[in-house]
Design a protein around this ligand. Structure first.
Ligand SMILES: [Zn+2]
Ligand SMILES: [Zn+2]
Length: 258
């Protein structure tokens, strides 16, 4: 398992990993037999690893019980590997992580797997990628998502705000009358796919922030604003959602009483 930050996964990186592995025993050259001795051919199966057993009319092929199918017997086992031909070791590997990998991806390291039994060549090693959660961005496929707080005055008037990308801040034009939850798409600011090479987008979801810690002057201004928007039918002009909502509530109660 390989733990990466989102930035590392997106940009790619060379990392060193330490893996426990079985390697061919150097003392016996992987044979499992003590230096100077040699494995001998199994007398039971004559090196076949299999024996024929007769059961009535049938001849049944079975794994040789004497050598457990290996075909050879080690009468004088190597002390270093206890006759296994392999020993446990920790090795350090340099892994080149390609840009754009995601959680669940596997990186194949050819020939870096465990040594085969008694001298067989090693297999491949697969490293499973796990990308840690990011403070700002969440990733879905090649797209990145983030939430951006927006003051309610800026949301009403529109304008430019700064939003984060993996390559630093960029300017985002917010249209006037932006509501909370609105998504802005920044093309090509997502993740470059490790397979297709296509680049995803960054999608910024705007969250309107209600101002806090207001001074008395600011409260005065807001009160003035509130009064300027009127009551009753006038509400519909500045706050259509609110007006529609209370129309719905009124209809709901009207329906109840009739
Ligand atoms: Zn050995
Ligand atoms: Zn045998």
């Amino acid at each position: 398992n390989l733990e990466l930050s989102l930035e590392e996964a997106v940009k790619g990186k060379s990392v060193e990993i330490r893996v426990p592995t079985l390697v061919g025993c150097e003392v016996c050259d992987g044979s499992g037999a003590k230096k100077g001795s040699k494995p001998t051919t199994c007398p039971t199966c004559h090196g076949q690893g299999q024996v024929q057993m007769r059961q009535g009319f049938f001849a049944v092929q079975q794994t040789c019980p004497t050598c457990s199918g290996k075909g050879q017997i080690i009468s004088d086992p190597c002390k270093a590997c206890h006759g296994e031909g392999r020993v446990q070791k920790t090795k350090t590997l340099s892994v080149k992580v390609p840009a754009g990998v995601d959680t669940g991806d596997r990186i194949r390291l050819t020939g870096e797997g465990e040594a085969g039994e008694t001298g067989a060549p090693p297999g491949d090693l697969y490293v499973q990628v796990h990308v840690r959660d990011h403070k700002i961005f969440t990733r879905e496929g090649n797209n990145l998502y983030c939430e951006v707080p927006l003051s309610f005055t800026r949301a009403a008037l529109g304008g430019e705000i700064e939003v984060p990308t993996l390559e630093g801040k960029v300017k985002l034009k917010v249209t006037a009358e932006t509501q909370t939850g609105k998504m802005f798409r920044l093309r090509g600011k997502g993740v470059k796919s490790v397979r297709s090479g296509s680049v995803g987008d960054l999608i910024c979801k705007v969250v309107i922030e209600t101002p806090v810690n207001l001074s008395s002057r600011q409260k005065e201004l807001l009160n003035e604003l509130e009064e300027s928007m009127g009551t009753g039918k006038d509400v519909a002009k500045n706050r259509p959602k609110e007006s529609g909502f209370f129309d719905g509530v009124k209809k709901f109660f009207d329906d109840l009483t009739h």
